[in-house]
Design a protein around this ligand. Structure first.
Ligand code: ADP
Ligand code: MG
Length: 478
């Protein structure tokens, strides 16, 4: 029997403001516990929260980037619950009137297919503190994080596999860093994901009961946790047992999800508008100013790359979805005006990205600069070296042995362009292999490759493959 999985993600991003969302305390990470929580963050009596305008601007920026509706009149509400790391006994969040409504992001699935994932809402809220359970079996509470501004981005249940969820998450991750509203650091908790998972029969109209897996802090865990959860639910339903709506925790060591608590309903939180804060009124002027200053977004960049450089949708998407990689690509092209863009795109999405991934490096830390890569590509384009030799030179450049030209000189790798010399070598090879020559002439076409191989061996790969082909065709007829 077939099952279809359904996934919706709630992502909390920590906004890159200097101070907290309702106080002037610093948001810097890693300070001594409780040195960055002021009276407002601690919820002491007699204090009043004041909204940080920068956090609002960042939320608007995000909303515009996902083609969302910026809600002109939104409201902060109190979400009431008790937990040691929540000093006020409530979290200030947004409930029925979030700052961003109805956006979407198009994600690139394999090859050329893209899929639209709807964003239901994005709302501003404050973070809670952190319980630390490491001190000699004791628990401590660090309130430095209390009051840090968060934007919670809620997707519709539009994803149908763990893979799709991860693609969406990666694109979102890229976007928020690109917009400069979040540093995206998953280890430090600046970008956290809760995954809602359910399964159903493909033709069921209604969605199944979902479980929510909390606080997944790496792309790999997101994928694994969702896949585990899908299998768990299928196993339950196949045995005729119900899935319970609950919050679950992913244990990455045991690779399983475990029940944490049954899911609260909205009314358990007794939401009500925070009487200490005025409704958030956003002017059209502010929205227009932010819109006018948005950077070129990944999707627009992709379209431009397709048009301007005639890249395939696929290559353009790979580059455009990683803004620093896109910058690198365009930089490579600036050094040599006639460099074929397709050649640059191939090398960047191919050899360069593979080497970066293998070494766990970001493009910003690439040992080969854009200028150096450009130098190598230039030598491929003007046929000084063959594509095969280029790979060897690329490796040497990766080891910081110098520029392409320096390596070509030092190793004597220049492609042979002297056709007379090449003709002589080829004539020699044919003469030394009379048997193969005879067989070739008798119709054994496959032997052509044998001769090419011999020539390449004799020239240490420096012969121009096209010339080798041409000359061999001629001479083997003789
Ligand atoms: P809540 O208010 O309880 O958090 P929401 O309706 O806001 O619930 O949904 C929270 C998240 O759960 C959203 O990302 C949504 O897409 C997702 N979701 C809702 N129903 C399902 C379902 N049946 N299966 C998978 N995900 C779901
Ligand atoms: Mg929710």
């Amino acid at each position: 029997m077939e099952w279809e999985s359904v996934i919706g993600l709630e992502v909390h991003i920590q906004l890159l403001t200097k101070s907290k969302i309702f106080s002037g305390a610093s948001t810097a990470y890693g300070a001594e516990p409780n040195t960055q929580a002021c009276a407002i963050d601690l919820g002491l009596p007699g204090v009043l929260p004041v909204l940080n305008g920068e956090a609002v601007k960042m939320a608007i920026k995000f909303g515009l980037a996902v083609s969302g509706e910026i809600v002109r009149h939104s409201v902060f509400s109190r979400k009431n619950y008790f937990y040691p790391d929540l000093p006020k006994g409530y979290q200030i969040s947004q409930f029925d009137l979030p700052v961003v409504a109805h956006g979407h992001m198009d994600i690139q699935l394999d090859g050329e297919t893209s899929k639209r994932i709807n964003i239901v809402r994005a709302h501003l809220e404050e973070d809670a503190g952190k319980s630390l359970h490491e001190l000699h079996g004791l628990s401590g509470i660090d309130l430095n994080r209390a009051g840090t501004p968060l934007l919670e981005i809620v997707s519709a249940p539009d994803m149908r596999s763990a893979k799709e969820a991860v693609i969406y998450l990666k694109i979102l991750h890229t976007l928020v860093r690109y917009l400069g509203i979040c540093d995206g650091n998953m280890q430090e908790g600046s970008f956290r994901c809760d995954a809602n998972v359910s399964v159903k029969r493909p033709d069921d109209k209604e969605l199944g009961t979902r479980a929510e897996i909390k606080n997944l802090n790496s792309f790999r865990f997101v994928e694994r946790a969702i896949n585990y959860e899908i299998q768990r639910q299928i196993a339950l339903l196949s045995e005729g047992k119900p899935v319970i709506q609950e919050t679950r925790l992913y244990d990455s060591d045991k690779h399983e999800t475990r029940s944490m608590r049954t899911k609260e309903q909205a009314n358990d939180y007794r939401y009500f508008p925070d009487p200490d804060l005025l409704p958030l009124e956003i002017s059209e002027e502010l929205i227009n100013t932010i819109q006018a200053n948005l950077p070129e977004l990944p999707k627009a960049k992709q379209q431009r790359f397709q048009q301007q450089y005639e890249l395939s949708a696929y290559d353009a998407a790979i580059l455009a979805n990683q803004p620093l990689l896109a910058d690198y690509f365009e930089q490579v092209l600036t050094y040599h005006k006639e460099l074929p863009a397709k050649l640059a795109a191939n090398w960047i999405t191919g050899d360069l990205m593979a080497s970066l991934n293998r070494n766990n490096l970001d493009i910003a830390d690439s040992p080969i600069t854009a200028e150096q890569l450009s130098g190598l590509l230039q030598r491929i384009a003007d046929q000084t070296i063959s594509g095969k030799l280029a790979k060897t030179i690329f490796e040497a450049m990766w080891q910081k042995e110098g520029s392409a030209d320096q390596i070509i000189d030092a190793r004597g790798l220049k492609q042979m362009t002297n056709t007379t010399e090449l003709s002589q070598i080829i004539a020699e090879i044919i003469k030394n292999n009379p048997e193969q020559h005879a067989q070739y002439k008798a119709g054994k076409d496959k032997l052509f490759a044998f001769f090419v191989g011999q020539v390449m061996k004799a020239t240490q790969g420096k012969a121009n493959p096209q010339q080798v082909n041409e000359i061999l065709q001629e001479k083997l007829k003789e």
